[in-house]
Design a protein around this ligand. Structure first.
Ligand code: IMP
Length: 206
């Protein structure tokens, strides 16, 4: 693809928009530009009723695509999979602590659930699924995995969601204690964005 494409992000989460844009900037990419859904009237409300990250990402991408059929749209759905909890919260990550959950209540519930689990058994991963839909309705899927473990306490003020309790593999602090330029090179979302870029900017692809 030789010309620059604009991709509208199917989310109302300003953190995600900022992180995806920063990951793209850190990759030095010029063939793609991301824009918030706000630029085409905002992201419609959707029920994330899927049983997988891909199903939920597809629901969000299609909802925005149906509002703006002639543009590229991309949705992100992320889950945190904790080994000692049999992969929970997984697809229920956003509402782990209930329908009115927020980051604080989700992190508190996770730390309580792991209270008796020793450090070496607290392995976990974030998985990000990106669903990209072209103006012609072609679907592309990209996945990024971020391995780490769950801390014993919350630490740090950067990022969002479960960042204060997630210690990335090879680091000794939480994601919320990392510089945002570090998170947005190594995170699940950054790795999925890198795959999207490699696919779309490859002159032999798309
Ligand atoms: P969703 O992809 O918007 O459904 O997000 C699922 C849940 O994962 C929400 O509770 C988010 O706060 C959390 N989440 C998504 N991405 C991240 C991240 O990069 N760091 C920490 N938590 C995240």
């Amino acid at each position: 693809m030789s010309h620059s494409v604009v991709i509208y992000l199917a989310t109302n989460n300003a953190h995600k928009v900022g992180e995806i844009m920063l990951s793209l900037e850190l990759l030095g990419v010029e063939c793609i530009r991301f824009e918030s859904a706000a630029a085409i009237g905002g992201m419609p409300e959707v029920d994330e009723t899927g049983t997988t990250l891909l199903e939920n990402a597809r629901i969000k991408a299609k909802a925005l695509a149906s509002k703006a059929p002639d543009v590229w749209v991309c949705a992100d759905d992320t889950g945190l999979f904790v080994d000692a909890l049999g992969g929970a919260p997984g697809v229920h990550t956003a509402r782990y602590a209930g329908v009115n959950a927020d980051s604080r209540s989700n992190n508190d519930k996770l730390l309580a659930a792991l209270a008796s689990v020793p450090v070496n058994m607290r392995t976990a991963r974030f998985v990000c699924c990106l669903c990209l839909i072209s103006p012609e309705g072609r679907e592309y899927v990209f996945e990024g995995v971020f391995n780490g473990c769950i801390a014993s306490n919350c630490a740090g003020g950067a990022g969002f969601g479960y960042d204060p309790v997630f210690i990335p593999e090879g680091h000794d602090c939480s994601v919320a204690e990392l510089d945002e330029s570090v998170k947005n090179r190594i995170s699940h979302r950054a790795l999925a964005v890198k795959k999207l870029v490699e696919s779309l900017c490859d002159p032999n692809a798309a």
